[in-house]
Design a protein. Structure first.
Lengths: 306, 571
């Protein structure tokens, strides 16, 4: 087990280096000086040159890359050109917001998705099944920005139950968590349902019924545990992707998280910040996949033994 | 059983991470996620300062219930010398030597501020200022002449300063910029007479110098605090100290800026308890917050998609407050790209645009047509400038005379970052020019590429706007037509060097009337005779204001930000 984890971590290193290299090359190939973009109409060539030199942008690209790598090895992601703050602290400040939103959204999606999936499977092809599956289809297919605006309109503006936007109070997270969670709940419900249906066909389930176990016993103890395998994987990956920032949700609800940071960085050609957020989210995704793998082998002895 | 234990462990680790992320040490209790966020702000408040653990810089523990609330963008930096966009902090937490006052008839004048008076030498080179006595920064330090010297030295030497042009006319400024000297006092540009009196000497007379001292970038800084703050000045509120009516108290990045009233302000305490500025990127969200009472003032320039809703609403039509946005929308014509090098072609392009229809279609007619360079509201605006007529037949004739009876192909450039309105503008222009045979292709460029192409003088034809930084024609004339370099930098490539030399020379005319007359004559030459660009219009700046707010006026200039010294709100 430990060996496997160490292996996986080692394999992630070249992935990370590849990502760093690709993002660096891509950002330096596209034309446009970040300082020029930031100053927009107020730009003056001498000021652009001076500030570019201050950030070392007048050096050859390979030299800039080596400096960047060296700083990176020391855990320093550099200073944002536009925001004048260290990228480390920008990410550290933004991440708690994204984390809170991601966890809340994941909880919503699990709490809705898993029971909905189980009920749909047990009551396959009944009105309950149709209702839940329709509901989850809606969740999956509804554009997040649209759902966000509709929810905002009804629950914040019309009914006034929660604030329209912001991140100051826990109430502010209710709407964004539901909007985000609903869309993943759909995926989870459908996945749970189809896996459970598959498992319910298995011989050992028939045996369990034959032993005279209660429905709850059969479903929860025997079937659900096996059906849960792919769902767990999905959940881990989903949390990782939620953590890399839900750009649209964060924008509509004015939550100052990682997604907003990354979008601002792209628009402004703010290379250190963009590189920083990409590297950070890459690590999260790699970690998410790693956790999924570990969970998988914990739950399924067959994988562990391999 | 072991398996279950592991799952439970992993799940609780995840939940633990969630709570830890909330920054609350008390988050371990079983009260679920609900309690943890409010706990986090308390935790941040207790540390109260700059540690990375808190997302808020400054004091987060401020009750903003009675504060005036409005939305704005998240600033990059609020250091007055390093921003050319985000003026809310410079305008409200700092003061300048002089300020601009708008009279009821719409004219404006330069009035004393930190400097109670000044004299100008006969040769127009030396300005002697006398500071008000007893002015204190919000941290209790006294304002002295040496702070003023420090402010100008820093403008010229701080590597990230973008507003150095304010001080570039001072004698010896180039030596500071080239790191050949450290202080204007060593090169003859600044002389300290005593703690409250000093003089500034220019390298050549510049009639717009006093106007330039009123811009946010010329805010006077406290030498000791600013120097000690280093690059945290303009980032960390606790070290961003000025003499203004508000104190910059807290900045939650990408979320909220809080300014509290400076009750001991030398120019009088402000009319409200403070300003609570929310960062809300979405326009629809801003509207709902305003209607919900979560915002007191809504800037319709920041929420153009919501403007029609408010302007057409019976409920809100009496709550609209407007002021001129002193600035001009124009279409740049690149004289280096054929056939725009031909003056008759450029005149045809001017005459074939129905500018009033464009203003009506895009901005509901809320603005005024402009016919030159200096817009309505700016010192030197010429209401007698002949109107550029809309005359398609004459335009066709001009094109034929120029040798293009069948028109020509033209590339119009827009940025992918442009608003929908700016894109619509170019669509309309394209179809209007199509009427006289100009076959336009609209090319959308990534914003970085567009800026780069523009600054290298190679952008074909684009629309943009320029709004006043300071109330003087120089701010418009010199920026675009001061010399070949400036004209190329905006892809105008204007060729009349005689006119450009006169624009530069006009800076040194000391008689204000003669100077304005010269600018008005130049404006006619450049835009009406040489047709260097197509002037479009200037716009009104509209706000929707909650009835509980009083004293709100729109800032005189072209900025988005306003002064809030005299604005009050009833709760």
């Amino acid at each position: 087990m430990t060996k496997k984890i160490v292996n996986r971590v080692l394999v992630s290193i070249p992935v990370l280096i590849g990502v760093i290299l690709i993002i660096y090359v891509m950002l330096n190939v596209i034309p446009g000086n970040p300082i020029e973009v930031m100053m927009a109409e107020h730009a003056r060539q001498d000021v652009i040159d001076r500030i570019s030199a201050y950030y070392g942008l007048d050096k050859p690209v390979w030299e800039q890359f080596l400096i960047y790598l060296n700083n990176l090895l020391h855990g320093d992601l550099g200073v944002s050109y536009k925001l004048n703050r260290s990228v480390n602290s920008l990410i550290a400040d933004a991440f708690p917001y994204t984390l809170k939103l991601a966890i809340a959204a994941a909880l919503v999606s699990w709490i809705i998705g898993i029971p909905a999936g189980i009920l749909s499977a047990i009551r396959e092809n009944t009105i309950v099944d149709r209702l839940f599956m329709g509901f989850s289809l809606l969740g999956v297919s509804m554009p997040v920005f649209w759902a966000a605006l509709i929810f905002q309109y009804i629950f914040a503006y019309r009914l006034g139950w929660v604030p329209v936007s912001g991140a100051e109070t826990w109430q502010s997270y209710i709407l964004p968590a539901i909007v985000l969670g609903w869309s993943s709940a759909g995926t989870i419900a459908r996945l749970t349902r189809s896996n459970l249906l598959e498992v319910l066909e298995e011989d050992y389930i028939r045996t369990a019924w034959a032993k005279g176990l209660s429905q709850a016993g059969v479903i929860l103890h025997h079937a659900f545990k096996n059906a849960l395998l792919p769902v767990i994987t999905m959940m881990a990956i989903q949390v990782a992707s939620l953590l890399s920032g839900a750009v649209i949700t964060e924008t509509v609800f004015a939550i100052p998280g990682i997604g907003r940071l990354a979008v601002d960085a792209i628009t402004n050609r703010d290379m250190p910040l963009l590189q920083g957020t990409v590297i950070f989210t890459t690590i999260l995704i790699i970690a998410g996949n790693l956790i999924a793998d570990i969970l998988y082998s914990v739950i399924d002895p067959r994988i562990r033994e391999k | 059983m072991k398996k279950h234990a592991v799952i439970v462990l992993v799940c609780s680790a995840l939940a633990g991470a969630a709570l830890a992320g909330c920054g609350s040490s008390a988050g371990g209790s079983g009260t679920a996620a609900s309690g943890s966020t409010s706990a986090s702000s308390e935790a941040a408040a207790s540390t109260a300062a700059t540690e990375a653990a808190g997302q808020t810089l400054g004091n987060a523990n401020i009750d903003t219930t009675t504060f005036l609330k409005f939305a704005d963008d998240n600033p990059d930096i609020v250091d007055p010398q390093c921003t050319s966009d985000y003026y809310i902090i410079p305008m409200n937490c700092f003061d300048r030597l002089l300020e601009v006052k708008v009279n009821s008839d719409g004219t404006s004048e330069i009035v004393p501020s930190l400097a109670k008076s000044y004299e100008v030498s006969d040769d127009g080179l030396t300005y002697t200022f006398h500071l008000n006595k007893g002015v204190k920064y919000s941290n209790g330090a006294d304002l002295t002449s040496s702070d003023v010297l420090y402010t100008f030295n820093r403008l010229l030497t701080y590597p990230k300063a973008v507003n150095n042009d304010i001080a570039e006319g001072i004698l010896g400024a180039d030596k500071l910029e080239n790191a050949e000297a450290d202080s204007l006092e060593d090169v003859g540009g600044f002389k300290t007479i005593d703690d409250l009196d000093f003089s500034i000497t220019l390298s050549q007379p510049n009639a717009s110098f006093l106007a330039q001292l009123t811009v946010p970038g010329a805010s006077i800084l406290d030498e000791d605090t600013t120097e000690a703050a280093g690059d945290q000045f303009g980032i960390d509120p606790s070290v961003t100290i000025g003499t203004g009516p508000f104190v910059f108290s807290s900045w939650t990045f990408n979320s909220e800026l809080i300014l509290t009233a400076n009750k001991d302000c030398w120019s009088g305490a402000p009319a409200c308890d403070g300003l609570d500025i929310k960062v809300v990127p979405d326009e629809e969200t801003q509207r709902m917050m305003f209607e919900n009472g979560e915002l007191d003032i809504l800037d319709l320039d920041n929420t153009p998609s919501q403007a029609d809703y408010f302007l057409g609403s019976d409920k809100y039509k009496d709550q609209i407050i407007e002021g001129p946005r002193v600035g001009i929308y124009y279409i740049a014509l690149n004289e280096d790209i054929e056939p725009m090098g031909n003056v008759e072609v450029r005149k045809a392009m001017q005459e074939s645009l129905d500018r009033q229809s464009i203003l009506d279609a895009l901005y509901g007619g809320r603005g005024q047509l402009e016919n030159g360079i200096l817009p309505h509201g700016l010192v030197g605006f010429n209401e007698n400038l002949p109107e550029i007529k809309y005359d398609v037949d004459d335009a066709k004739k001009l094109l034929a005379d120029a040798g293009y009876p069948d028109g020509f192909d033209l590339e119009l450039d827009i940025s992918s970052d442009d608003t929908q309105t700016s894109q619509d503008l170019m669509e309309i222009v394209s179809s209007m020019w199509g009427e006289i045979g100009i076959n336009c292709t609209i090319k959308t460029m990534d914003d970085a590429t567009l800026q780069d192409t523009k600054h290298s003088g190679e952008l074909s034809c684009y629309s943009s706007s320029w709004s006043a930084d300071f109330n003087d024609p120089d701010n418009f004339m010199y920026t675009f037509f001061g010399n070949e370099k400036n004209a190329k930098f905006r892809s105008l490539n204007y060729k009349n060097t005689d006119a450009m030399d006169r624009v530069t020379a006009a800076r040194a005319i000391t008689d204000p009337d003669k100077r304005i007359a010269e600018y008005q004559d130049l404006e006619k030459t450049i835009i009406q005779d040489d047709a260097a660009w197509v002037p479009l219009f200037s716009k009104e700046h509209l706000f929707v204001v909650n009835p509980q707010v009083s004293g709100f006026t729109v800032s005189w200039n072209g900025w988005s930000n306003n002064y809030y010294h005299n604005v009050s709100v009833k709760r």
